[in-house]
Design a protein around this ligand. Sequence first.
Ligand SMILES: Nc1ncnc2c1ncn2[C@@H]1O[C@H](COP(=O)(O)OP(=O)(O)OP(=O)(O)O)[C@@H](O)[C@H]1O
Length: 411
Amino acid sequence: MTETTEEPNLPNGGTADAEQMEELQEEVELLREQNQEMEEKLLDANAEKNRVEQKLDRVTRENEKLKQNPLFIATVEEVTDDGVIVRQHGNNQEALTEITEELREDLEAGDRVTINNQLAVVDKIDAETDARAQAMHVDASPDVTYDEIGGIENQMQEVRETIEMPLEDPEQFNAVGIDPPSGVLLHGPPGTGKTMLAKAVANQTDATFIKMAGSELVHKFIGEGAKLVRDIFEVAREEEPAVLFIDEIDAIAAERTDSKTSGDAEVQRTMMQLLSEMDGFDDRGDVRIIAATNRFDMLDDAILRPGRFDRLIEVPKPDVSGRENIFQIHAAGMNTEDLDYNELAAMAESASGADIEAICTEAGMFAIRDSRTTVTMQDFKDAHAKIRDANAEEGAEQNNVDDISRPSAFA
Ligand SMILES: Nc1ncnc2c1ncn2[C@@H]1O[C@H](COP(=O)(O)OP(=O)(O)OP(=O)(O)O)[C@@H](O)[C@H]1O
């Protein structure tokens, strides 16, 4: 059969129809091309969408990571077009850091913010968080070890028994059927290693170290003390196992005076909250309390009542062999020459551990000033004389204001 190419015989003329058909075909072709283009664009858009989603995912994860990094506190110095200038607390380091538009609108000079390791602003601190941050210091892994503490072996043993055992082997107490000890009170002159002891126990037991500063609680945040105490115990429970170190407990738990000022009422409220938290032992979880004071004589009997602290441990200034030990600890990392530790210990009579640390650092400074890299016995002697004189001067000034809790009484 042969195919015919003849135009069909249509009523309104074959040529016009053929043209129309051609136009339609062209239109179909055009639509096909457009469709093809659209499909390609759709593919591209899908690929782009995947890329953006992956990027978003990465940025979200980075953001989470940044937020998890240790946070530091800083004050906004200035808000500029390029970002904000912040000053980190503690080391006073200043940095210009970029911020989101949202944060920029919210920030002004003087605001306190949290910043991460890269000094990027994470968030503005509201007044409540601010009070918490100042009154409480949380250290997930303190790095002090027992062998860095010298001259207070008996005290260390007692603290270990009371705090370490219940944290490391709570089952033993259950099995015997007694409540594990709740805490200890360390008392003694400043700079004798009370804080170190608490940190070392937390380190040894892999517990979080939470420090609450008694004086900050009642002096800085009037009206907030009781609530802060509650918050801090709550944080401790969340972070268990935890060692809660209450420094300067005398600021909260001083004996009641007769004066009826509003400040006293505030201290009272804070103390009542502290007592009730300490008594609520059953739901305290794996939280052990170590409190410290330089003013044992001032404490209210209520805080010393049995059941609140299991042991009252005096941490005195080191004796001569303790001092020798502490000199060895602090000079261990120094490049020294012919040190006579015996002589150093005898020389630094009535120095505290903190004084000895200061002598070692100052001895190093003498060597540096003299462009030497080796620290000699003479440097230690000069350092001792310098620090003793400075302390004596400071002591005289402090005596004028009758403050017995001055940093050092050595001399
Ligand atoms: N027994 C010690 N052995 C070694 N170093 C010590 C000792 N006591 C104090 N130091 C040094 O002094 C520094 C301060 O000590 P620490 O903060 O533990 O004293 P503290 O008793 O808690 O003082 P404060 O009552 O003033 O808070 C320590 O970081 C450490 O370098």
